[in-house]
Design a protein around this ligand. Structure first.
Ligand SMILES: Cc1ncc(COP(=O)(O)O)c(C=O)c1O
Length: 375
């Protein structure tokens, strides 16, 4: 059956991108690599991504529910629950399945101590104690961090405690906040390492932008997400920071069928609210994809689209399941052809730059009704 809209997922590209993350981490940053496959692998398919990423040392997911789903297909790999405990019962499931867990507040530490102190565990747990070094989101403050770390480390239910933090601005390597965050983290690391042997204090700092930025984020664990899916973690409007510069390959190619072609005259309207009025006589293709498929509803006129290997742009407002595309310079295009919205021949970063929507958001938004194919 021919699909109206299809997302083709290239698992070899995913593996290739992982190897780029690994090589940057090994040389510059970290020895071990946690593949961040939360949010259904950024919209690419959790289980398929996990099954392809044999080389990952660990998988990072959002919550216990995702961890349980993943456990069914990848029981052989450690799984880290990045958002920590959401529900009371989460901790029992964490203990039962020996998931690794991010802990980010004093109240969570108290709850963990209270609950795990009373349970007989199959195996002690690895907890990732998160420091809020300046992101202003989740984590223990630097002032309270060393005490919390030491208290946790002495508990009988603990195997190891990973020191972690998350950089707010590593996608803007020049930002002074990076230095502040890294210094705050290093200070606590130095305190904690004094009585310990250096290699006992396991650390984790960078996500994709930290890995590729050249910032001084040396540590034991890197946590790449977006770069695995072939998108640059940096400012998309700067061409020198797009995926090609880092030899990243597109993992998702999103395509949809042209369902009508029409010749319009100068002054004719295309789509709702007259967002596009033909400035000259034009040939317009109507492509069967819209915001109900996850195509961004705010895409302006001229958002890039590829047809028959040629780059063109959208015309008119995005409808629920249709967009208009300028085919004036592509006379060979015909009804039934596929238009590429992003993927191997059109960078997700370019679409992100034009629409102002993060590439993360673009792939995460692809709707369930879209047909996914894996190769
Ligand atoms: C704690 C943590 N680490 C790593 C990542 C991966 O980040 P990126 O996709 O920018 O590589 C995320 C993503 O939000 C995260 O929250």
């Amino acid at each position: 059956m021919l699909n109206r809209v299809q997302a083709s997922i290239d698992l070899k590209a995913l593996q290739h991108n992982f190897s780029i993350a690994r090589s940057h981490s090994r040389h510059k940053n970290a020895a071990r690599v946690a593949a961040v496959i939360k949010a259904n692998a950024y919209g690419h398919g959790l289980e398929q991504a996990a099954n392809a990423l044999d080389d990952a040392d660990l998988f990072g997911v959002t919550d216990v529910r995702e961890a349980l789903t993943l456990k069914n297909s990848r029981a052989d790999k450690p799984i880290l629950v990045l958002q920590g405990l959401i529900h009371e019962d989460d901790l029992k499931l964490v203990a039962q399945h020996n998931f690794q867990l991010v802990v980010h507040s004093a109240s969570q530490l108290a709850h963990i101590d209270d609950t795990l102190g009373r349970l007989t565990l199959k195996a002690p747990l690895t907890l990732w104690l998160k420091m809020d070094s300046g992101m202003g989101r989740l984590g223990i403050s630097p002032q309270d961090y060393a005490a919390a770390y030491r208290a946790l480390q002495s508990k009988p239910y603990i195997d190891s405690v990973v020191m972690m933090t998350h950089l707010a601005n590593s996608s803007m390597p020049e930002s002074a906040l990076n230095t502040q965050q890294i210094e705050a983290f290093r200070q606590q690391q130095a305190q904690l390492q004094t009585p310990l042997k250096e290699d006992e204090c396991i650390t984790s700092i960078p996500s994709s932008s930290g890995i590729l930025s050249g910032l001084p984020v040396e540590c034991d664990w890197a946590r790449p997400g977006i770069m695995l899916y072939g998108s640059s973690p940096f400012n998309f409007s700067e061409e020198k920071l797009r995926r090609e510069q880092f030899d990243l390959q597109a993992v998702m190619t999103l395509q949809a069928r042209i369902i009508a072609i029409k010749d319009l005259k100068k002054g004719d309207n295309v789509g709702y609210c007259s967002q596009f009025i033909c400035p000259k006589d034009m040939t317009i293709g109507i492509v069967s994809i819209g915001y109900a498929d996850g195509y961004p509803s705010n895409a302006p006129n001229g958002t890039p689209v590829m047809v028959g290997g040629k780059k063109t742009g959208t015309v008119g407002r995005v409808s629920m399941d249709m967009i208009g595309v300028d085919l004036s310079e592509i006379p060979e295009a015909k009804v039934g052809d596929l238009a590429t919205l992003w993927g191997n021949e059109l960078s997700l970063d370019e679409v992100a730059a034009k629409t102002g929507i993060l590439s993360y958001n673009l792939t995460c938004s692809v709707a369930r009704r879209v047909n996914f194919e894996y190769s």
